[in-house]
Design a protein around this ligand. Sequence first.
Ligand code: ATP
Ligand code: LTN
Length: 329
Amino acid sequence: MSDKRVFSGVQPTGNIHLGNYLGALKQFVALQDENDCIYCIVDMHSITVPQDPEELKNHILDVAALYLAVGLDPEKSIVFVQSEVSGHAELSWILTCNSYTGELSRMTQFKSKSRGQESAPTGLFTYPILMAADILLYDTDIVPVGNDQKQHIELCRDIALRVNHKYGEDTFVVPEGQYMKEGARIMALDDPTNKMSKSAENEMSRISLLDDEKKIKKAIMRATTDSDMTIRFDPENKPGISNLLTIYGALTGTPVAELETKFDGAGYGDLKKSLVTVVTESLAPIQDRFNQIRYSDELLDILRDGSKRAGEIAEPVLERVKDRFGLGI
Ligand code: ATP
Ligand code: LTN
C-alpha cells in the first residue's frame, strides 16, 4: 500500500469521452486500491463558460454515474461534487492573492478558450487558481490527469512553493501530476491536431462513453486520416492513424508495435472497422452499469456521503492555512 493522497476532477461540461477515460479515469480506478483517493465533479469550474442550469444538473449526475460505471468504488474512493464543499471557494481566494496576472496569462487553456473574445470572463482567467485550491485543500500528493493539464499542475506547485516559502514550509503539501504513458492526449477524430474535448462543437470529433454503436461507427469511419495508406504509428506525420492506434492499444492493452504488425498491409477501412468493434465492446459494460446507477437513490447517497467526508478532510487544512495567514479571530 503506497497510501498517498490522490485528488482529481472532471468538469460536468458534457459527457465523459474516450480522452477523459483513457487519460484520466483509467488512472483514477487503478490508483484507488492502494491510495487514499478523492475524486471530484468540478461543477464550479464548468461555469467559467455559460451553462444551462438544468443541463448542468444533469451533467453533474451523469459524470458521477460514469465515475462509478467505469469502476470507482465509493468504499475505496471519495466521490463528491465540488460546490458542496465551501472550502474550495475559500481557499481559492487566498491563493488568488498569492498568484500573479503574468503567470495566469501564460496558460494555454486560457488563451485558447478566450480566443476571439475581446473581454473574456474573469473566471476563465482565474480557473487554474480554483484548480490549485481543489488540490491543495486535501494535502494532495498525486494528481492523475491528462497531458493538457500539465501547465495547470505546474502553476499549482509554484503557488504552493511560494506560499510555503512565505508562510511556513508545512503550509501546503506540494503535489505531483501523474500522466498515462499511452492515452495522456487523445486527439479529436475530425482534426487530430486538436485534443478530443467535451465542449468542441462537432459531435463527430469525440466518442462519449454513452454513445451508441451507430454514432461510434459514424465518428470512427469518418475520422480524418491521410493519403499515405500505411498503418504506422507516427504522430507527427500521421496524427490521425496514430490516434486511432493509440485508442485501439489503450482499450485492448495491446502495444502499438503489435498493432502495426497486426494491420500490416491492411487498409484504413479495416483498422477503422476493427476499432468500431473494440470501442463498442469496451463501452457496453460501462453503459450497462451507468443505466443501473444513474437514476438510483444510491447515487445521491454516495455523493452526499462523499461531500461530508471530503468536508471533514478539508476543514482542518483550511483552518491551518487561515491560521498561517493570520486570518480570523
Ligand atoms: P472541456 O472540453 O469542457 O474543457 P475536457 O474534455 O477537456 O473538457 P475536462 O473535464 O477538462 O475535459 O478534463 C477531465 C480530465 O480528462 C483531465 O484530467 C484532462 O486532462 C483529461 N483529458 C481531457 N481531454 C483529454 C484528452 N483528449 N486526452 C487525454 N486526457 C484528456
Ligand atoms: N482543470 C481540470 C479539471 C480540474 C482538476 C482539478 C483536475 C479541476 N480541478 C483538480 C485535477 C485536480 C481539467 O481537466 N480541465
